[in-house]
Design a protein around this ligand. Structure first.
Ligand SMILES: Nc1ncnc2c1ncn2[C@@H]1O[C@H](COP(=O)(O)OP(=O)(O)OP(=O)(O)O)[C@@H](O)[C@H]1O
Ligand SMILES: Cc1cn([C@H]2C[C@H](O)[C@@H](COP(=O)(O)O)O2)c(=O)[nH]c1=O
Length: 206
């Protein structure tokens, strides 16, 4: 039987470079002979992508924070059962663009939903904790500028700046509370420089 794979998540606010670095990290790990599955949240399965469409489109007030929490958790339950857990069991590494900590930061720290309740509803959905969470750290304004330059924003990317400040504070607090799981990575500088920092933050797992 193959050894269980590693579950790596990339987290952080809007536009900090997560999707860019998921792709680069996958290439770097594959070059080391590791089988890698890249995926994202919300999404990663047909059902979870359908839930993503519900979450990302429409008016800001379409869902409240509680409804969002349940929708993200439902999408995650499908994603974990159909993609993440089978890949890990097959010995592959899974690199996921956002995961549970995004719900804790966006719907919890910024949206007001109790952190323990978020953890409970996700546990019901089978969500396990990652082996390593790489938190990309960039000033909120710089991330929003990068995201803005990339193109039109969606429903989740259209909150006011104070919301994203609370998201940022939430992520920082989670990283401080769980130093074994989290590594905070400076996301400023070139994509190459950030990639080098990310690989270094996985060295103990390689
Ligand atoms: N190190 C970097 N320096 C400058 N620009 C970058 C860097 N990394 C990514 N970008 C650019 O910033 C924009 C946002 O990057 P990306 O989509 O990877 O971020 P993200 O964290 O996944 O964003 P979101 O959370 O909004 O989906 C893209 O246009 C990307 O090309
Ligand atoms: C998983 C997750 C995501 N969100 C938010 C964060 C972003 O604004 C969008 C996802 O967009 P991306 O371009 O794919 O990063 O959704 C959230 O609020 N809660 C979550 O659990």
């Amino acid at each position: 039987m193959s050894q269980r794979g590693r579950f790596i998540t990339l987290e952080g606010g809007e536009g900090v470079g997560k999707s860019t670095q998921v792709r680069r990290l996958a290439k770097a790990l594959q070059a080391r002979g590791i089988e890698v599955v890249t995926t994202r949240e919300p999404g990663g399965t047909p059902g979870a992508e359908a839930i993503r469409d519900l979450l990302m489109t429409g008016a800001a007030g379409r869902w409240n924070a509680a409804t969002e929490t349940l929708l993200f958790a439902a999408a995650r339950a499908d994603h974990v059962a159909r993609v993440i857990e089978p890949a890990l069991a097959a010995g592959k590494w899974v690199i996921c663009d956002r995961y549970l900590d995004s719900t804790r930061a966006y719907q919890g720290a910024a949206g007001g939903i109790d952190d323990a309740d978020i953890v409970t509803v996700n546990r019901i959905g089978g969500a396990m904790l990652p082996d390593r969470t790489l938190l990309l750290d960039l000033p909120v304004e710089a991330g929003l500028t990068r995201a803005g330059a990339r193109g039109a924003s969606d429903r989740m990317g259209s909150r006011d700046d104070t919301f994203y400040d609370r998201v940022d504070a939430g992520f920082r607090a989670f990283a401080a509370a769980e130093p074994e799981r989290f590594r905070t990575i400076d996301a400023a500088g070139s994509p190459d420089e950030v990639s080098t920092r990310l690989i270094a933050a996985l060295s103990d797992l390689l």
